[in-house]
Design a protein around this ligand. Sequence first.
Ligand code: GDP
Length: 297
Amino acid sequence: MITFLSGGTGTPKLLQGARNILDDTEISVIVNTGEDIWYQGGHISPDVDTVMYLFAGILNTDSWWGIKDDTFTTDKILKKAFPDYYMSIGDQDRAIQILRAELLGKGMSLTSITQELSRFFSVKGNILPMSDSPWTTYVKTPKGELHFQEYWVKYRGNCGISAIFHKPEEFPLATPKVISAIRSSKAVIIGPSNPVTSIFPILSCAGVKEELEKKKVIAISPFIGDNPVSGPAAELMKIMGYSADSQGVSDIYGDIVNFFIQDTRDTIKIDGSILCDTLMKSPEIAEDLMRKILSTI
Ligand code: GDP
């Protein structure tokens, strides 16, 4: 078993490559839930859904969210009635969010719901939300305190951030399934996801770091040079006091990482790191990268 720590874009790209090499039953994915949000009566767990749709073979891999060829009939009506609605949600995707909201309301855990949905989609990969209690990323901006989705989707990251914080303040507990996935893994791969909004929340779950210290951990940088391949990682890392490059990523992860992989185009070379082509423009490049990662195990 190999376990990945994942957000909703960079690591899913790597998972595409991993699935060409490993059987799905040999893959566990611990997924960030720090961007989850109740929205329009549904419960969105964006990273869990992206990973689940990937394994189900229905992910829209142009946008890396939502279901491919989904329709937006309900979305159009809602946006006409309520122009303030800022997220676009496909009809099939919305059905999953309504179902999740319904089951959460009945007291089912996010882990159990994800298992049920995985069964529904015949997913064989072991998809595990990092925690069953909410721990949500917020930012302080001149517009006030914003949920990360509002900052990134509504304001497109253009509102200036002075701080990042989480609600509730106390760290979440990793689920027993997360801990046992790490324990039974040959190695853990921290995929090239946003270190602040995707990986930091997973590493903050009580119990995770202690387990990782006992394992072989390989991390892949989401930066090439001074820029992340996509998304707001650079600004967020600077706010957290880290440099916006692979060095900053390596500093955030610290000594839980045994092998650090950075892109061949990076100008700063981190001591002991492995250089690879990490720009996954196709599933074939992701597969090549995955083979190199597996050769370190
Ligand atoms: P989110 O939940 O949608 O923010 O997705 P993730 O956290 O999983 O991924 C976002 C990060 O993926 C960004 O910081 C990107 O730099 C990184 N990323 C996306 N595509 C690639 C790629 O092809 N190669 C590398 N190295 N990083 C990537």
